[in-house]
Design a protein around this ligand. Structure first.
Ligand code: SAH
Ligand code: SF4
Length: 347
C-alpha cells in the first residue's frame, strides 16, 4: 500500500475495526476521503487521536513539493510526491464552463518520444491505482480554490500527464474503477479520457473493460517513416494496425476518438502530412486536436508559428475534418507534460 487510496472500502474497514473502531467510523472516513476529498486534518468529525493514527499508519501519501499558477490562477500545476517516493506532476485547468485535471500514470516514461520531456527522463516507476486516484482527489480539493471565472468543481480527468497509461494498464484500469465507484469518488466514466501513444492491445482491452472512457491517440505523424522517428512505439504498432485498433474501439464504444498532434515546425506541419492525416481522421470519424509543440531541453525544435498552424488547419477543414487548435495552458510554468518534473529532478 502506497497511499490510503490504494485500499478498498473493505480493507479500510478491516483496518479500523482491527483498531477497535466501530464500522460506521470507517464509513465516515471513507466518505470524507473520497467524496469530499478531505485530508485527515479536515475531518472534524473524527477524533484527533484517530486522525493521528490514520495519518501515521494509513497516510494520504500526497505531498505538494511545488505549486505554480498561471492564467490568473485558472491553471494550477503541482509537483507531487506520491507514496513518499515518486515525484510526478498534475495540472488543474479551469475553463469558463468546466474544470479538467491532467494526471500522470507513471513517473517518467519508457516510450522515448523524442520531443517529450517525460520521454527524455526514461521510466522511473509505475504508479499504483491509489497514487493515480490520489491526484484526482487532490484536484477535487484544489478546484475549490479556483477563481470565480471558472466553475469550482472538478468535471473531467485526462490521462495526459507523465507516462504512458497503457504501459501501466493494470493500475490505470484499476484507478478508473476507483474513480467511478459510486460509493467512493463517484465520477462518471464518460468524463475520463485516456491518452495513448498507440499501444494496440491496450486500446483493444480498454474498449472491453471501460467502454465509456474516452480515447485520445497521440498520432503526430501520418506515415510510418516519420512516425517511427517521432514516436518509437510505432515500430511495434505501425499506422495500419493502430488505425484498425482505433476503428475497433470506436465500433465497440460508439464514441468519437481524438487524434492528438503536436505541430512541429517544418517536421509534421506540412501540406503533405495534412493530406495523409485527413483520410485517417475521416475514416475514424476522429476529432483532431492540434497543439504547437512546446520545445523541451532534449528537443529544442520550435512549435509551428501561427501562419503554418493556420495553413494546416485549413488543409484539414477543406476536406471537412473536425479540428481544434488547443490553447497552450500554462506554457510559462513548464506545463508541457514532464517539464516541471524534469527541471526539478535535474537540480
Ligand atoms: N503517453 C500518453 C499520455 C501522456 S503525453 C501519450 O503520449 O498520449 C500527453 C500528450 O502530450 C501527448 O499527446 C503527447 O504527445 C503530448 N506532448 C508530449 N510532449 C509535448 C511537447 N513538448 N509539446 C506538446 N505536446 C507534447
Ligand atoms: Fe511517453 Fe507520451 Fe511522452 Fe511519448 S509523449 S514519451 S508516450 S509521455
Amino acid at each position: 500500500m502506497k497511499t490510503v487510496y490504494d485500499l478498498t472500502r473493505e480493507q479500510l474497514t478491516g483496518r479500523l475495526v482491527g483498531w477497535g473502531e466501530p464500522a460506521f467510523r470507517a464509513k465516515q472516513v471513507w466518505t470524507q476521503l473520497w467524496k469530499r476529498g478531505a485530508t485527515y486534518e479536515e475531518m472534524s468529525d473524527v477524533s484527533p487521536a484517530l486522525r493521528e493514527r490514520l495519518a501515521t499508519e494509513l497516510p494520504l501519501g500526497v505531498e505538494v513539493l511545488d505549486e505554480r499558477t498561471a492564467d490568473r490562477g485558472a491553471t494550477r500545476k503541482a509537483l507531487l510526491k506520491l507514496g513518499n517516493t515518486h515525484v510526478i506532476e498534475a495540472v488543474l485547468m479551469g475553463y469558463r464552463d468546466r474544470v479538467t485535471v491532467c494526471v500522470s500514470s507513471q513517473a517518467g516514461c519508457a516510450m522515448g518520444c523524442t520531443f517529450c520531456a517525460t520521454g527524455q527522463m526514461g521510466l522511473r516507476n509505475n504508479l499504483t491505482a491509489g497514487e493515480i486516484a490520489a491526484q484526482v482527489v487532490w484536484a477535487r480539493r484544489e478546484a475549490r480554490r479556483l477563481p470565480a471565472t471558472t466553475p469550482q468543481r472538478l468535471g473531467n480527468v485526462v490521462f495526459m500527464g507523465m507516462g504512458e497509461p497503457l504501459a501501466n494498464e493494470r493500475h490505470v484500469f484499476a484507478s478508473i474503477a476507483k474513480l467511478t465507484d459510486p460509493s467512493g469518488f463517484g465520477m462518471g466514466a464518460r468524463h475520463i479520457t485516456v491518452s495513448t501513444v498507440g499501444i494496440v492491445p491496450g486500446i483493444d482491452r480498454l474498449a472491453g473493460v471501460h467502454p465509456q472512457v474516452g480515447l485520445a491517440v497521440s498520432l503526430h505523424a501520418a506515415d510510418d517513416e516519420l512516425r517511427d522517428q517521432l514516436v518509437p512505439p510505432n515500430r511495434r504498432y505501425p499506422l495500419t494496425k493502430l488505425e484498425e485498433s482505433i476503428a475497433g474501439w470506436r465500433a465497440a464504444t460508439r464514441r468519437r476518438p481524438s487524434i492528438e498532434w503536436a505541430l512541429i515546425d517544418h517536421v509534421n506541419d506540412t501540406e503533405q502530412q495534412a493530406e495523409l492525416l485527413a483520410p485517417i481522421a475521416r475514416r475514424l470519424g476522429a476529432h483532431v486536436n492540434l497543439i504547437p509543440l512546446n520545445p523541451t531541453p532534449g528537443y529544442p525544435v520550435m512549435g509551428s508559428p501561427p501562419a503554418r498552424i493556420r495553413r494546416f488547419v485549413a488543409a484539414l477543414e477543406r476536406v471537412r475534418v473536425n479540428v481544434t487548435v488547443r490553447d497552450t495552458r500554462g506554457r510559462n510554468i513548464d506545463a508541457a507534460c514532464g517539464q516541471l518534473a524534469l527541471s526539478a529532478l535535474s537540480t
